[in-house]
Write a new protein. Structure first.
Length: 370
Protein backbone atom coordinates (compact mmCIF):
# COMPACT_ATOMS: atom_id res chain seq x y z
CA UNK A 1 0.00 0.00 0.00
CA UNK A 2 1.02 3.60 -0.37
CA UNK A 3 0.32 6.63 1.72
CA UNK A 4 0.54 10.33 1.12
CA UNK A 5 3.66 11.85 2.60
CA UNK A 6 5.25 15.07 1.47
CA UNK A 7 8.99 14.67 1.92
CA UNK A 8 10.40 17.34 4.18
CA UNK A 9 13.22 15.24 5.63
CA UNK A 10 15.65 15.99 2.82
CA UNK A 11 14.83 19.67 2.61
CA UNK A 12 18.45 20.68 2.39
CA UNK A 13 19.57 18.10 -0.17
CA UNK A 14 20.01 19.11 -3.81
CA UNK A 15 21.85 22.41 -3.52
CA UNK A 16 21.78 25.47 -1.30
CA UNK A 17 18.39 26.70 -0.16
CA UNK A 18 18.69 30.38 -1.04
CA UNK A 19 15.38 32.24 -0.88
CA UNK A 20 15.74 34.81 -3.65
CA UNK A 21 13.17 36.92 -5.43
CA UNK A 22 13.28 36.32 -9.20
CA UNK A 23 14.29 39.94 -9.76
CA UNK A 24 17.47 39.51 -7.68
CA UNK A 25 18.56 36.26 -9.38
CA UNK A 26 20.39 38.17 -12.10
CA UNK A 27 22.61 39.89 -9.50
CA UNK A 28 24.17 36.62 -8.33
CA UNK A 29 27.41 35.32 -9.89
CA UNK A 30 26.59 31.63 -10.20
CA UNK A 31 28.85 28.58 -10.18
CA UNK A 32 29.10 26.19 -13.13
CA UNK A 33 26.43 23.50 -12.62
CA UNK A 34 25.11 20.55 -14.63
CA UNK A 35 22.25 18.38 -13.43
CA UNK A 36 20.59 15.42 -15.13
CA UNK A 37 18.38 12.41 -14.64
CA UNK A 38 19.96 9.45 -12.82
CA UNK A 39 21.38 8.01 -16.07
CA UNK A 40 23.32 11.27 -16.53
CA UNK A 41 26.39 10.85 -14.29
CA UNK A 42 28.73 10.76 -17.29
CA UNK A 43 26.68 13.41 -19.06
CA UNK A 44 27.09 15.85 -16.15
CA UNK A 45 30.82 15.16 -15.92
CA UNK A 46 31.25 15.78 -19.66
CA UNK A 47 29.09 18.92 -19.54
CA UNK A 48 31.14 20.26 -16.62
CA UNK A 49 34.40 19.83 -18.55
CA UNK A 50 32.98 22.02 -21.31
CA UNK A 51 31.53 24.60 -18.91
CA UNK A 52 34.83 24.88 -17.05
CA UNK A 53 36.67 25.36 -20.33
CA UNK A 54 34.39 28.32 -21.05
CA UNK A 55 32.23 26.47 -23.59
CA UNK A 56 28.65 27.23 -24.50
CA UNK A 57 26.00 25.85 -22.14
CA UNK A 58 24.08 24.10 -24.94
CA UNK A 59 27.29 22.59 -26.35
CA UNK A 60 27.89 21.24 -22.85
CA UNK A 61 24.42 19.75 -22.38
CA UNK A 62 24.36 18.16 -25.85
CA UNK A 63 27.86 16.70 -25.52
CA UNK A 64 26.73 15.23 -22.20
CA UNK A 65 23.59 13.51 -23.48
CA UNK A 66 25.35 12.33 -26.66
CA UNK A 67 27.11 9.82 -24.39
CA UNK A 68 23.74 8.23 -23.61
CA UNK A 69 22.37 8.58 -27.14
CA UNK A 70 25.34 6.67 -28.54
CA UNK A 71 25.47 4.07 -25.75
CA UNK A 72 23.76 0.81 -26.82
CA UNK A 73 23.40 -0.14 -23.14
CA UNK A 74 21.11 2.82 -22.37
CA UNK A 75 17.81 1.36 -23.57
CA UNK A 76 15.86 4.57 -23.06
CA UNK A 77 17.74 6.95 -25.33
CA UNK A 78 19.09 6.98 -28.89
CA UNK A 79 20.93 3.91 -30.23
CA UNK A 80 19.71 0.77 -28.44
CA UNK A 81 16.51 2.49 -27.26
CA UNK A 82 13.48 0.22 -26.94
CA UNK A 83 11.38 0.40 -30.11
CA UNK A 84 7.74 1.04 -30.97
CA UNK A 85 5.23 -1.79 -31.39
CA UNK A 86 6.55 -2.42 -34.92
CA UNK A 87 10.09 -2.93 -33.63
CA UNK A 88 11.30 0.44 -34.96
CA UNK A 89 13.16 2.89 -32.72
CA UNK A 90 11.58 6.35 -32.81
CA UNK A 91 13.34 9.18 -31.02
CA UNK A 92 12.18 12.52 -29.57
CA UNK A 93 14.43 15.38 -28.43
CA UNK A 94 14.38 19.09 -27.65
CA UNK A 95 16.99 21.74 -26.93
CA UNK A 96 16.77 25.28 -25.54
CA UNK A 97 19.59 27.80 -25.65
CA UNK A 98 19.25 30.40 -22.93
CA UNK A 99 21.56 33.11 -24.32
CA UNK A 100 19.72 33.34 -27.65
CA UNK A 101 16.33 32.31 -26.19
CA UNK A 102 15.88 29.85 -29.05
CA UNK A 103 14.53 26.30 -29.17
CA UNK A 104 14.48 23.30 -31.49
CA UNK A 105 12.95 19.84 -31.43
CA UNK A 106 12.44 16.62 -33.35
CA UNK A 107 9.83 13.93 -32.79
CA UNK A 108 9.31 10.37 -34.02
CA UNK A 109 12.71 10.55 -35.74
CA UNK A 110 13.95 7.19 -37.03
CA UNK A 111 17.45 6.06 -37.95
CA UNK A 112 19.56 8.85 -36.40
CA UNK A 113 21.51 8.08 -33.23
CA UNK A 114 21.74 11.64 -31.89
CA UNK A 115 18.35 13.40 -32.14
CA UNK A 116 19.57 16.16 -29.79
CA UNK A 117 22.01 17.30 -32.49
CA UNK A 118 19.23 17.32 -35.08
CA UNK A 119 17.01 19.33 -32.70
CA UNK A 120 19.81 21.85 -32.40
CA UNK A 121 20.06 22.12 -36.19
CA UNK A 122 16.31 22.71 -36.40
CA UNK A 123 16.87 25.57 -33.95
CA UNK A 124 19.87 27.01 -35.80
CA UNK A 125 19.14 26.31 -39.46
CA UNK A 126 15.39 26.68 -39.86
CA UNK A 127 12.61 29.11 -39.16
CA UNK A 128 10.73 26.31 -37.36
CA UNK A 129 10.81 24.86 -33.86
CA UNK A 130 9.91 21.21 -34.45
CA UNK A 131 10.26 18.67 -37.26
CA UNK A 132 8.71 15.21 -37.04
CA UNK A 133 8.91 11.78 -38.66
CA UNK A 134 9.90 11.51 -42.30
CA UNK A 135 10.50 15.27 -42.60
CA UNK A 136 12.86 15.24 -39.62
CA UNK A 137 14.81 12.30 -41.10
CA UNK A 138 15.10 13.99 -44.50
CA UNK A 139 16.27 17.18 -42.81
CA UNK A 140 18.89 15.26 -40.80
CA UNK A 141 20.16 13.43 -43.90
CA UNK A 142 20.31 16.69 -45.83
CA UNK A 143 22.69 17.93 -43.12
CA UNK A 144 24.94 14.90 -43.41
CA UNK A 145 23.61 12.66 -40.65
CA UNK A 146 23.98 8.95 -41.38
CA UNK A 147 20.83 6.83 -41.31
CA UNK A 148 21.52 3.72 -39.22
CA UNK A 149 19.73 0.74 -37.68
CA UNK A 150 19.10 1.79 -34.07
CA UNK A 151 17.80 -1.56 -32.86
CA UNK A 152 20.51 -3.57 -31.10
CA UNK A 153 20.38 -7.34 -30.60
CA UNK A 154 19.38 -6.72 -27.00
CA UNK A 155 16.55 -4.30 -27.78
CA UNK A 156 15.36 -6.57 -30.62
CA UNK A 157 15.21 -9.47 -28.18
CA UNK A 158 13.21 -7.36 -25.70
CA UNK A 159 10.78 -6.43 -28.47
CA UNK A 160 10.32 -10.11 -29.44
CA UNK A 161 9.76 -11.03 -25.79
CA UNK A 162 7.14 -8.27 -25.58
CA UNK A 163 5.46 -9.63 -28.75
CA UNK A 164 5.36 -13.12 -27.32
CA UNK A 165 3.99 -11.81 -24.01
CA UNK A 166 0.82 -10.55 -25.77
CA UNK A 167 -1.85 -13.23 -25.30
CA UNK A 168 -5.48 -13.52 -26.27
CA UNK A 169 -8.17 -14.42 -23.74
CA UNK A 170 -7.28 -18.11 -24.13
CA UNK A 171 -3.64 -17.37 -23.38
CA UNK A 172 -2.55 -17.85 -27.01
CA UNK A 173 -0.04 -15.71 -28.92
CA UNK A 174 0.85 -15.83 -32.61
CA UNK A 175 4.37 -14.90 -31.57
CA UNK A 176 4.99 -17.98 -29.41
CA UNK A 177 5.23 -21.72 -30.13
CA UNK A 178 2.17 -23.11 -32.01
CA UNK A 179 -0.73 -25.23 -30.78
CA UNK A 180 1.19 -28.32 -31.88
CA UNK A 181 4.13 -27.51 -29.58
CA UNK A 182 4.55 -29.37 -26.26
CA UNK A 183 3.08 -27.53 -23.22
CA UNK A 184 5.34 -24.66 -22.30
CA UNK A 185 6.50 -23.72 -18.83
CA UNK A 186 5.57 -20.15 -17.85
CA UNK A 187 7.48 -16.92 -18.28
CA UNK A 188 11.26 -17.26 -18.08
CA UNK A 189 11.10 -21.02 -18.69
CA UNK A 190 9.04 -20.44 -21.82
CA UNK A 191 11.42 -17.69 -22.95
CA UNK A 192 14.41 -19.96 -22.44
CA UNK A 193 12.84 -22.34 -24.92
CA UNK A 194 11.93 -19.64 -27.46
CA UNK A 195 15.31 -17.88 -27.20
CA UNK A 196 17.93 -20.58 -26.63
CA UNK A 197 21.42 -19.16 -26.29
CA UNK A 198 20.31 -15.97 -24.55
CA UNK A 199 21.70 -15.66 -21.02
CA UNK A 200 19.39 -15.68 -17.98
CA UNK A 201 20.14 -12.09 -17.00
CA UNK A 202 19.22 -10.74 -20.43
CA UNK A 203 16.05 -12.86 -20.52
CA UNK A 204 14.99 -11.64 -17.07
CA UNK A 205 15.62 -8.05 -18.14
CA UNK A 206 13.71 -8.58 -21.40
CA UNK A 207 10.75 -10.03 -19.48
CA UNK A 208 10.78 -7.11 -17.05
CA UNK A 209 10.77 -4.45 -19.82
CA UNK A 210 8.22 -6.43 -21.86
CA UNK A 211 5.76 -6.52 -18.98
CA UNK A 212 6.57 -3.10 -17.46
CA UNK A 213 7.31 -0.86 -20.48
CA UNK A 214 9.96 1.62 -19.30
CA UNK A 215 10.00 5.37 -19.97
CA UNK A 216 13.63 6.26 -19.51
CA UNK A 217 14.90 9.50 -20.95
CA UNK A 218 17.77 11.86 -20.23
CA UNK A 219 17.29 15.49 -19.30
CA UNK A 220 20.39 17.65 -18.74
CA UNK A 221 20.37 21.29 -17.58
CA UNK A 222 23.45 23.52 -17.53
CA UNK A 223 24.48 26.84 -16.02
CA UNK A 224 27.80 28.67 -16.38
CA UNK A 225 29.50 31.30 -14.29
CA UNK A 226 28.19 34.03 -16.64
CA UNK A 227 24.64 33.05 -15.73
CA UNK A 228 23.96 31.48 -19.12
CA UNK A 229 21.73 28.42 -19.14
CA UNK A 230 20.63 25.71 -21.57
CA UNK A 231 18.93 22.35 -21.55
CA UNK A 232 18.25 19.22 -23.56
CA UNK A 233 15.87 16.30 -23.22
CA UNK A 234 16.25 13.22 -25.42
CA UNK A 235 14.53 9.84 -25.41
CA UNK A 236 13.35 6.78 -27.28
CA UNK A 237 10.05 7.31 -25.47
CA UNK A 238 7.63 4.74 -24.20
CA UNK A 239 8.66 1.20 -25.11
CA UNK A 240 6.21 -0.59 -27.47
CA UNK A 241 4.37 2.69 -28.22
CA UNK A 242 2.01 3.08 -31.15
CA UNK A 243 4.14 4.27 -34.08
CA UNK A 244 3.98 8.06 -34.20
CA UNK A 245 3.37 8.48 -30.46
CA UNK A 246 5.16 11.59 -29.26
CA UNK A 247 5.90 12.09 -25.57
CA UNK A 248 6.78 15.17 -23.58
CA UNK A 249 10.52 15.25 -24.33
CA UNK A 250 10.32 17.27 -27.58
CA UNK A 251 7.50 19.51 -26.34
CA UNK A 252 8.93 22.88 -25.32
CA UNK A 253 7.32 23.73 -22.00
CA UNK A 254 6.69 20.10 -21.05
CA UNK A 255 9.89 18.03 -21.36
CA UNK A 256 12.11 21.12 -21.27
CA UNK A 257 11.95 24.84 -20.58
CA UNK A 258 14.71 27.41 -20.12
CA UNK A 259 14.47 31.10 -19.29
CA UNK A 260 17.91 32.09 -18.10
CA UNK A 261 16.55 35.13 -16.26
CA UNK A 262 15.07 32.59 -13.86
CA UNK A 263 16.15 29.01 -14.47
CA UNK A 264 15.66 25.78 -16.38
CA UNK A 265 13.57 22.66 -15.91
CA UNK A 266 13.08 19.27 -17.51
CA UNK A 267 11.32 15.99 -17.00
CA UNK A 268 11.61 12.23 -17.38
CA UNK A 269 8.93 9.60 -16.94
CA UNK A 270 5.39 9.31 -18.27
CA UNK A 271 5.17 12.11 -20.81
CA UNK A 272 1.41 12.02 -21.13
CA UNK A 273 1.03 13.21 -17.53
CA UNK A 274 3.71 15.86 -17.89
CA UNK A 275 2.17 17.33 -21.05
CA UNK A 276 -1.13 17.77 -19.20
CA UNK A 277 0.53 20.11 -16.66
CA UNK A 278 3.07 21.74 -19.06
CA UNK A 279 5.52 20.62 -16.40
CA UNK A 280 8.85 22.25 -17.27
CA UNK A 281 7.22 25.62 -17.92
CA UNK A 282 5.25 25.31 -14.69
CA UNK A 283 8.46 24.63 -12.74
CA UNK A 284 10.25 27.66 -14.21
CA UNK A 285 7.24 29.89 -13.58
CA UNK A 286 7.12 28.64 -9.99
CA UNK A 287 10.76 29.68 -9.57
CA UNK A 288 9.98 33.05 -11.17
CA UNK A 289 7.37 33.58 -8.46
CA UNK A 290 10.05 32.97 -5.83
CA UNK A 291 9.80 29.24 -5.10
CA UNK A 292 12.97 27.32 -4.35
CA UNK A 293 13.63 24.66 -7.04
CA UNK A 294 12.52 21.99 -4.55
CA UNK A 295 9.15 23.62 -3.96
CA UNK A 296 8.82 24.33 -7.68
CA UNK A 297 9.22 20.67 -8.74
CA UNK A 298 7.01 19.35 -5.93
CA UNK A 299 4.29 21.82 -6.89
CA UNK A 300 4.35 20.55 -10.50
CA UNK A 301 3.97 16.98 -9.20
CA UNK A 302 1.02 18.04 -7.05
CA UNK A 303 -0.69 19.28 -10.22
CA UNK A 304 -0.19 15.84 -11.78
CA UNK A 305 -1.64 14.25 -8.65
CA UNK A 306 -4.61 16.63 -8.79
CA UNK A 307 -5.39 15.39 -12.31
CA UNK A 308 -6.07 12.00 -10.68
CA UNK A 309 -8.00 13.50 -7.74
CA UNK A 310 -5.01 12.43 -5.65
CA UNK A 311 -6.10 8.79 -6.09
CA UNK A 312 -2.96 6.95 -4.97
CA UNK A 313 -4.15 3.67 -6.43
CA UNK A 314 -4.21 5.12 -9.95
CA UNK A 315 -1.13 7.27 -9.37
CA UNK A 316 0.86 4.22 -8.25
CA UNK A 317 1.21 3.17 -11.91
CA UNK A 318 2.84 6.48 -12.86
CA UNK A 319 6.51 7.30 -12.80
CA UNK A 320 7.35 10.99 -13.30
CA UNK A 321 10.32 13.18 -12.35
CA UNK A 322 11.07 16.90 -12.60
CA UNK A 323 14.50 18.58 -12.50
CA UNK A 324 15.07 22.28 -11.80
CA UNK A 325 18.17 24.47 -11.94
CA UNK A 326 17.87 28.10 -10.88
CA UNK A 327 19.87 31.01 -12.28
CA UNK A 328 21.81 31.35 -9.00
CA UNK A 329 22.95 27.69 -9.00
CA UNK A 330 20.35 26.26 -6.58
CA UNK A 331 18.89 23.02 -7.91
CA UNK A 332 16.60 20.14 -7.02
CA UNK A 333 14.75 17.19 -8.49
CA UNK A 334 11.62 15.42 -7.37
CA UNK A 335 9.82 12.24 -8.22
CA UNK A 336 6.13 11.43 -7.88
CA UNK A 337 7.09 8.35 -5.84
CA UNK A 338 10.10 7.93 -3.58
CA UNK A 339 11.07 4.77 -5.50
CA UNK A 340 9.83 2.81 -8.50
CA UNK A 341 8.71 -0.15 -6.34
CA UNK A 342 8.79 -0.95 -2.61
CA UNK A 343 11.92 -3.05 -3.25
CA UNK A 344 13.75 -0.47 -5.39
CA UNK A 345 16.36 2.01 -4.18
CA UNK A 346 15.24 5.60 -3.47
CA UNK A 347 15.06 7.81 -6.57
CA UNK A 348 18.19 9.81 -7.40
CA UNK A 349 19.42 12.34 -9.93
CA UNK A 350 22.86 13.33 -11.20
CA UNK A 351 24.61 16.59 -10.40
CA UNK A 352 28.02 18.12 -11.00
CA UNK A 353 29.12 21.44 -9.52
CA UNK A 354 32.38 23.37 -9.82
CA UNK A 355 35.25 21.55 -8.17
CA UNK A 356 33.31 18.38 -7.30
CA UNK A 357 32.88 15.03 -9.04
CA UNK A 358 29.66 14.12 -10.81
CA UNK A 359 27.48 12.35 -8.25
CA UNK A 360 24.02 10.96 -7.58
CA UNK A 361 21.90 12.89 -5.08
CA UNK A 362 18.57 11.95 -3.48
CA UNK A 363 15.42 13.24 -5.11
CA UNK A 364 12.59 14.82 -3.19
CA UNK A 365 9.32 12.95 -3.59
CA UNK A 366 5.62 13.54 -3.26
CA UNK A 367 4.45 10.07 -2.21
CA UNK A 368 6.10 7.17 -0.46
CA UNK A 369 5.57 3.56 -1.52
CA UNK A 370 4.75 1.14 1.29
N1 LIG B 1 9.24 11.21 -20.95
C1 LIG B 1 9.45 10.40 -22.07
C2 LIG B 1 8.25 10.04 -22.78
O1 LIG B 1 7.16 10.03 -22.23
O2 LIG B 1 8.34 9.74 -23.96
Amino acid sequence: MSRLLINRRKLLAGGPLIPLAASSLAQVKPPNVAIASSNGLRACARAMEILKAGGDTLDAAIAGVNINEEDPEDNSVGYGGLPNEDGIVELDASVMHGPTRRAGAVAALRGIKTPSKVARLVMEQTDHIMLVGEGALRFAKAHGFKEEELLTEKSRLAWLVWKSSLKDSRGRSNWGPGLDAPPAPQKIGELRRIFPGVDERTLAWAWEVATHPPLGTINCLTLNSKGEMSGVTTTSGLAWKIPGRVGDSPIIGAGLFVDQDVGAAGSTGRGEENIRVAGAHTVVENMRRGMHPREAVLDALKRVSRNFNDDLQRLSAISLNFYALRRDGAYAAASLWDRSSPQAKPAQFAACTDGAASRLEPMAWLYQRR
